[in-house]
Each structure stands twice: as C-alpha cells, then as structure tokens.
Write a protein that binds this ligand. Structure first.
Ligand code: FES
Length: 102
C-alpha cells in the first residue's frame, strides 16, 4: 500500500538541483524547481541511465546519456530517444521534511 515516506530535508535539495534516493527498493529522483519539489523514476526509459545526473531547466530534464528529455511534472517524453514516459510520485512537504508517496 502506498504511503508517504520521508526522503530528505529541504536543505539537501537546493533550487535547480536533483538527487537520487532508494526508497522501498526503487530508485527515485527528487528535484527542486523554484521551490517546488518533484519526484520521479531515476532510471531513464531509454538505456537506464540515472536521470539525477542530467540537466534540469524548469520542468524539463535532459538525460546526460543521449539527450532524451522528460517533463518531470507529468513524466512524459518531450524529446527522443526515450520510448516511454517515466513514473512520477506525489510529494508532500512538512516543515523542513520532504515526503514521497510510494
Ligand atoms: S539513457 Fe537517457 S536518453 Fe538514452
């Protein structure tokens, strides 16, 4: 059953930055876009590179391996070559803590 789990504190994810975590055996990346925290699958749907190592511009994430692009708010592919969307997760902020539903 899905539940909110504390993953990080706000201080750990600066604006424009991303960080990968293992939660319940899943690799999830947490991103901070202008103070909004978003969580999504860390593994690119193309060749399994870590998306936390990519480049973030607003909600657009560019995979560092082959330049594939995703919308991290919806998980949709914005630019090839990734063949399919990535999973996204609900995020809740409680005081200084960031929680992800998984
Ligand atoms: S592994 Fe991400 S675009 Fe190829």
């Amino acid at each position: 059953m899905a539940e909110f789990i504390k993953v990080a504190t706000k201080a750990e994810i600066q604006n424009g930055k991303m960080k990968a975590f293992t939660i319940k055996g899943k690799q999830i990346t947490l991103a901070n876009t202008d103070g909004e925290y978003l969580a999504f699958d860390d593994t690119c749907s193309h060749a399994q590179c870590s998306l936390a190592g990519g480049y973030l511009d607003g909600y657009t994430l560019t995979c560092y391996c082959h330049g594939g692009q995703f919308d991290i708010k919806t998980g949709e592919v914005l630019g090839p070559p990734p063949p399919s969307p990535i999973g996204i997760y609900k995020v809740k902020v409680e005081n200084e803590d960031i929680l992800v539903e998984i």
